[in-house]
Design a protein. Structure first.
Ligand SMILES: [Zn+2]
Length: 48
């Protein structure tokens, strides 16, 4: 199961919000988390 790198929640791939980052497909629980990641990927990339 994919994990949201911002808040650490395990996600259902079908319901999560996808985002491409350096050829990796990431998933987020909500648009808020996705925006946080896009703003500061360096802060969260250790969780990928
Ligand atoms: Zn989240």
């Amino acid at each position: 199961m994919p994990v949201d790198p911002v808040c650490g929640i395990e996600l259902d791939e079908d319901l999560a919000l996808p985002h491409e980052y350096k050829d990796k497909k990431l998933y987020f629980c909500c648009d808020g988390c996705r925006k946080l990641f896009i703003k500061k990927p360096g802060k969260f990339k250790k969780n990928i």
